[in-house]
Design a protein around this ligand. Sequence first.
Ligand code: FES
Length: 140
Amino acid sequence: MTLTNTKAVDDQALESLSTATVYVCITCRRASDPEDAPRPGLALAQAASKAADGTSVAVHQVQCLANCSRALSAAMRCDGAWTYIFGGLEADRDAGALIEGAQLLARAEDGVMPWRGRPDILKRGLIARVPPLNFTEENQ
Ligand code: FES
């Protein structure tokens, strides 16, 4: 591989690190919400899409992240990074935090969303994180 090709690969890696995707469950509702009413999950997805305008964060709607008992739910991922799943979100409060967190994750060179600077709801509402493909624990 030539130096030029190495630079191209590095640029691709940086590009992939600079894009994050947020998946918002549009079927989420709280237990007290009527089943036939507009779902607050959809409202959160719409607010997140609006909050992502002008950023490199993509927002996708998804039906159920299997975190129904801790709705509202969302997940976020970047290539080469850990995937994060959140619950206990509010449609009228947390869209901006999701986009802010996705940007933190996209900039994290180690693929781990930093605790410092992370929006509080993404600390309190963390359900799980999943390692990236090809991850191996180094301290075994
Ligand atoms: S309905 Fe939203 S996680 Fe299941």
